[in-house]
Ligand binder design. Structure first.
Ligand code: FAD
Length: 570
């Protein structure tokens, strides 16, 4: 018997465990296996292989049973996910149903998941901007959250490391607020976007309209070809899964790369229940995993554990990891686990029309838009609200159909539709302030389908968010008016917190174990072989889309972990 036990312990023991195979988990798996660690990647969802498991990727619109629409009965099963802009008939298989993700909304909150290998890397919008010291120094300067334990110079080489592998299109704009990266050739701005850029620049030296930076290969480098990825085909069908690997997903890039090392074991259908803590060692020794098909629980062991289950799930796993030493969740001596949650406010939109440039139009499909980095309260506090917002700027000409006449005349008229006037718009992406009362906690009674406590989410907008929204409306209405745009509409979309998919916090980084959970290397202060490198680690949110920063922090932490293992410190 004893031999059997040893054998089974052996098969369940690895050098490293990674929980979650989405954007950040894919990076953890890649970096750890490349440095020689036998790594087990645990994923609660089903397998999704690159190319072969993208069932709609090459379908024409008329080949979709409902022409892209989702029938009401099906939509009702996805009442939360279906509010997401990317949820359609051709993408819905990459979103989780309500029944798969029961949670308690103490305040309305859209928690959107992709329960599959690759997580939300399959459906993300691919916008990737670096942070600068205006972001890392924000909490210390403006007196909220806690000071980040790192600065731009700590992470800059890791941004470069990630960008080269991912493939980021962008233009070197030389802006102090939005550091340049390792860019592939940029997409082109339309004539109206260039015009607006110039209009804004003539009135505001600190406001910049630039082409967006996005995870699309506009010109493959050898490192992308080695991954089997090719140039973006500009189909803008990205959320179906890209068979060309033209945009970055874990499935096209990091996971197959890690597989090639021969060091990766990928275990789908494996929901991590909790982390096992050994009081004698003062370290975590493994995780408890429930097989989602058999409901059997198994334990897996390793010297280090990376939590990359996405921000709220990572909070849940830690809160559910109780022991004699940590009765309130692993590493939670400060009592701050699950507090100071934050997100990005996407509530604002300003649209307009423009009747200039009627001799020009756009051609093809650009999987990107123009972008305005934050300009409020950057160099000094200038408003009655903290922080600020970035925004997109997009433009296109719609088609005007002439439906006059009957018979042959009508046919002729319909075949000769003309471009209409320019439609322009901006969507706000605002920072929210992490607060002690913005929390996720375990429900004491309610459980999910696997007997794991449900999460109670209590996150909401506050006065600062309302002031930011008002300012966004005022500033963009003014800039649009000055540019000669017409029919300007300021729209409060009423989007709920969480709906932007940028959930962050709960396990924040900091300098002091009394006021934070993680140190500057993303290690739990009180359980140093557990690393948290998804959105849960974020001390503040700033305005940039966050995934590039999760990837860079993950790569940085993985290299540190391996160095510490080699030095026998872990
Ligand atoms: C439509 C859309 C547009 C977006 N646009 C952008 C954008 O433009 N730019 C940007 O930066 N971000 C964008 N995002 C957000 C981006 O997708 C997330 O920030 C990113 O995926 C987070 O990475 P992650 O590794 O933390 O989590 P995910 O990618 O969500 O992966 C987490 C994985 O963990 C698994 N998991 C969860 N719990 C467990 C458990 N207990 N045990 C085992 N496995 C578990 C999940 O099934 C999932 O596969 C967008 C998201 C969506 C849906």
């Amino acid at each position: 018997m004893a031999y059997f036990l040893i054998d089974s312990l052996k098969t369940q023991t690895y050098d490293a465990l990674v929980v979650g195979s989405g954007i950040s988990g894919g990076w953890a798996a890649k970096e750890l296996t490349q440095q020689g660690l036998r790594t087990l990647l645990l994923e609660r969802g089903r397998p999704v292989n690159h190319v072969t498991d993208y069932p709609t990727a090459l379908l024409n619109p008329w080949e979709l049973e409902h022409r892209g629409q989702v029938p009401l009965a099906v939509r009702n099963e996805y009442s939360i996910a279906s509010r997401n802009y990317a949820f359609h008939e051709d993408t819905m298989h990459f979103f989780a149903k309500d029944s798969e993700q029961p949670y308690v909304q103490e305040k309305p909150y859209d928690w959107i998941h992709g329960y599959q290998v690759g997580g939300r890397s399959l459906t993300w919008g691919r916008q990737t901007q670096r942070w600068s010291d205006f972001d890392f120094e924000g909490p210390a300067r403006d007196g909220y959250a806690v000071d980040w334990p790192i600065r731009y110079t700590d992470i800059a080489p890791w941004y470069s490391h990630v960008e080269r592998f991912v493939g980021i299109t962008g233009h070197k704009d030389g802006l102090p607020t939005l550091p340049d990266g390792e860019f592939l050739p940029p997409h082109e701005m339309s004539c109206v976007e260039k015009y607006f850029k110039q209009q804004v620049a003539t009135r505001h030296s600190d406001r910049h309209v630039i082409i967006g930076r996005a995870a699309h290969i506009t010109e493959p480098k050898p490192i992308h070809l080695q991954q089997g990825r090719a140039r973006c085909q500009h189909r803008t069908l990205c959320e179906r899964g890209c068979p060309y690997g033209g945009y970055f997903s874990s499935n096209a890039s990091t996971i197959p790369w890690a597989m090639r090392t021969g060091k990766l074991t990928l275990r789908p259908h494996s929901v991590v229940h909790s982390i096992i803590y050994d009081e004698q060692k003062g370290l975590a020794t493994g995780v408890r995993v429930i097989d989602t098909q058999t409901h059997q629980m198994t334990e897996y062991y390793a010297r280090i554990i990376f939590l990359n289950a996405s921000a709220l799930h990572t909070n849940l796993i830690l809160l559910n990891s109780t022991s004699h030493r940590f009765p309130n969740g692993l590493g939670n001596d400060s009592g701050l686990l699950g507090t100071h949650m934050a997100f990005h406010s996407y509530r604002g939109r300003v649209t307009a029309t423009y009747d200039g440039f009627l001799d020009s139009t756009t051609d093809g499909r650009r999987p990107n838009s123009s972008y305005m980095p934050r300009f409020r309260n950057v160099f000094k506090q200038e408003t009655d609200f903290l922080r600020g917002y970035a925004a997109t700027f997009y433009s296109s000409r719609g088609q005007i159909d002439n439906q006059e006449g009957v018979g042959a005349t009508l046919k002729q008229n319909l075949l000769n539709s003309q471009p209409g006037e320019w439609q322009v718009g901006s969507a706000m992406m605002a920072e929210t302030i992490p607060k002690a009362q913005s929390t996720v906690r375990l429900d004491p009674v309610l459980k999910d389908n696997f007997g794991i406590p449900q999460l109670r989410v209590s996150v909401d907008y506050d006065d600062n968010d309302r002031k930011i929204l008002k300012d966004f409306f005022e500033q963009f209405t003014e800039m649009y008016t000055q540019a000669g745009f017409k029919n300007i509409r300021a729209i409060d979309t009423g989007r709920l917190p969480g709906s932007e998919n940028h959930e962050m916090g709960g396990v924040r980084m900091g300098r002091d174990s009394r006021t934070s959970l993680l140190n500057r290397w993303n290690q739990l202060h009180h359980c140093p072989n557990v690393f948290v490198t998804d959105g849960a680690c974020m001390t503040s949110t700033s305005t940039q889309n966050p995934s590039l920063t999760y990837m860079a922090l993950t790569a940085r932490a993985a290299h540190y972990a391996v160095r510490q293992m080699k030095a026998k410190n872990l």
